[in-house]
Design a protein around this ligand. Structure first.
Ligand SMILES: Cc1cc2nc3c(=O)[nH]c(=O)nc-3n(C[C@H](O)[C@H](O)[C@H](O)COP(=O)(O)OP(=O)(O)OC[C@H]3O[C@@H](n4cnc5c(N)ncnc54)[C@H](O)[C@@H]3O)c2cc1C
Length: 335
């Protein structure tokens, strides 16, 4: 998390490239066979030898993961995948893609069931096409592109299946529980950079014969930024610590960290621009307005923030149910 924070403090797109590798590697480490782990993790872990991507989102469905329409049909010991994914980060540079596809129809009381995860190698796989590159609101332009990926009778061996058939939704959720802490850390790094720039500027720039930092309004603003930064950092590190300890609570703390940090970071960057004043704050050369463009995206990907609010609350109820504090009936009716 500290690495993600520091990368984002200087070059947010680098953190996205790294974070997208996590989206490939995490489900593999949690659910993949030893053979798959040995084959696909080391080239990514060595750094830059290979890149991974994670293909879940489709035109129909982003937050509604259970609704995806890409299909995989078993033929002998192979699966044939057909469908279209959008906004897939790193798809242009990725060597391997973790793809989620429906392998059976959703069941009325278990809509999530029937999705399966596969590793598809990008190079030389017939039927796999990288389509449109989506132009973003200016943010995160330094190397990580959100792409369309098309599967047209793409064949993968059953050996490339990650986890059990039909359990892809759970695999994805367990993955996002962990990787979303990294998105919070991205926003934290951007907010830290914006604060540092505002602080330094307030000690250089004079108005009415005084440093900006001598005005109470500027001091208040910088103090508020510090409080928000420290609160956000505490949440991010707490989520990471709880995950390291294998504690169930990490899941709801991770969601709290994701929505709180990304939203407070947007506020911090905006306040930092205000400290710089109109022109200096918004011109490219100052290097601060880019953080406003970059940080907005962290509120959306790896689970839009409304979804984080839902996940945080429901995970809290589930955790309390497991501890016997909330009854199973009440917990099931809520979650
Ligand atoms: C730059 C970028 C990179 C991305 N990279 C990847 C990637 O590598 N792989 C990948 O698979 N996807 C990727 N995505 C897609 C991203 O994960 C989705 O955009 C995100 O999950 C939201 O889905 P959506 O855009 O379809 O919004 P929708 O699901 O249509 O949601 C729209 C709005 O409605 C709200 N909403 C939806 N459902 C509910 C609900 N039940 N309760 C309350 N509010 C709700 C959401 O919070 C949101 O504000 C990327 C997106 C971007 C912008």
């Amino acid at each position: 998390m500290i690495l993600m924070e520091e990368l984002s403090r200087v070059a947010p797109p680098l953190a996205v490239i790294r974070g997208t590798n996590d989206l490939f590697v995490t489900p593999l480490l949690l659910f993949g066979s030893d053979e798959l782990k040995r084959k696909y993790v080391p080239p990514i872990a060595r750094g830059g030898e290979a890149f991974g991507a994670h293909a879940m989102t489709e035109p129909c469905c982003g937050s509604d993961v259970a609704g995806i329409q890409t299909r995989a049909v078993k033929k002998g010991d192979r699966w044939v995948i057909n469908g279209r994914k959008i906004f897939i980060s790193n798809a242009d540079i990725a060597d391997y893609i973790m793809v989620f596809a429906r392998t059976s129809e959703p069941q009325p009381n278990r809509r999530w069931f029937g999705i399966t995860a596969f590793i598809v190698e990008k190079g030389g796989t017939p039927g796999l096409k990288i389509g449109a590159k989506f132009e973003k609101r200016g943010g995160l332009r330094g190397g990580s592109h959100a792409m369309e990926v098309i599967f047209d009778d793409v064949e993968v061996p059953d050996a490339n299946r990650v986890g059990e058939v039909g359990m892809g939704f759970i695999i994805a959720m367990e993955t996002y529980d962990r990787t979303r802490v990294g998105v919070a850390a991205q926003a934290l790094g951007m907010a830290q950079a914006a604060f540092e720039k505002a602080f330094q500027y307030s000690l250089q720039r004079t108005a009415f014969g005084q440093y900006l930092a001598s005005f109470e309004a500027i001091q208040f603003s910088l103090a508020e930024m510090m409080a928000e930064l420290m609160t956000a950092r505490y949440l991010v590190y707490l989520a990471a610590y709880l995950a390291d300890q294998g504690r169930e609570e990490f899941k709801y703390v991770a969601s709290l960290a994701k929505f709180y940090t990304t939203e407070v970071a947007e506020k911090i960057v905006s306040k930092a621009i205000d400290v710089h004043g109109g022109g200096v704050g918004v011109i490219h050369e100052t290097g601060i307005e880019r953080f406003l463009r970059d940080v907005k995206i962290t509120e959306i990907y790896e689970g839009a923030n409304n979804i984080q609010r839902l996940v945080a609350f429901r995970q809290l109820v589930r955790t309390l149910m497991k501890k016997g504090i909330v009854s199973q009936d009440i917990a099931r009716s809520i979650t």
